[in-house]
Design a protein around this ligand. Structure first.
Ligand code: FMN
Length: 162
């Protein structure tokens, strides 16, 4: 799959099989995340947490009656330390996108998650992430095998040429 195929095939998967993803695939996805551009090259200000522990996933699931991560068997939390330049959101989004694209290239389902972050930040789960001092969760990524159909939709954004 070339880059454009991957972009075309990526979609937000909201139904996952229970089966866990292969650890080699996970490793590739994490390494892809680490290759993302990060403002001022401050990779030390980024942190990745992989949650596969079923009891913690269940605890996170029970934080809301809305599906916050769609029972993805792997939930990745990207955290950042704000060094005063306010780039934590952008940096985390770049890391997340590399993960979504690499998961797609591997034939896996993936989803960018924001709701789950607010839930975690306002609960005891935050301490259970064991984040280094000063780091705050910014983006969640759900990963797993796709259960059912791929819901690929073509999107459009207005463009003006000057
Ligand atoms: C910043 C951001 C936050 C998002 N948060 C959530 C979320 O919490 N839950 C969810 O189901 N989808 C979330 N999404 C996925 C979007 O709803 C989805 O990307 C969009 O509807 C386009 O669909 P597609 O990804 O299938 O192309 C988020 C996407 C972005 C970029």
């Amino acid at each position: 799959m070339d880059c454009f195929d991957v972009i075309e095939k990526r979609f937000s998967n909201r139904k996952f099989l229970e089966k866990q993803i292969d650890s080699l695939d996970l490793d590739k996805i994490l390494k892809a995340g680490m290759q993302a551009p990060v403002g001022r090259g401050k990779y030390d200000d980024m942190h990745i947490t992989v949650i596969q522990d079923k009891s913690l996933l269940n605890e996170i699931k029970n934080l809301s009656d809305r599906s916050a991560f769609y029972d993805a068997p792997t939930l990745v939390i990207i955290s950042a330390r704000d060094d005063g330049h306010g780039l934590d959101k952008e940096n985390s989004a770049c890391v997340a996108m590399n993960m979504l694209f690499s998961a797609t290239a591997l034939g896996l389902g993936s989803i960018y998650l924001n709701l789950v972050i607010g839930l975690i930040k306002n609960s005891d789960v935050l301490n259970k992430l064991n984040l280094p001092d000063g780091f705050v969760p910014v983006v969640g990524v759900g990963l797993g095998y796709i259960d059912g159909k791929r819901h690929i939709v073509k999107h459009n954004i207005d463009v003006n040429y000057i």
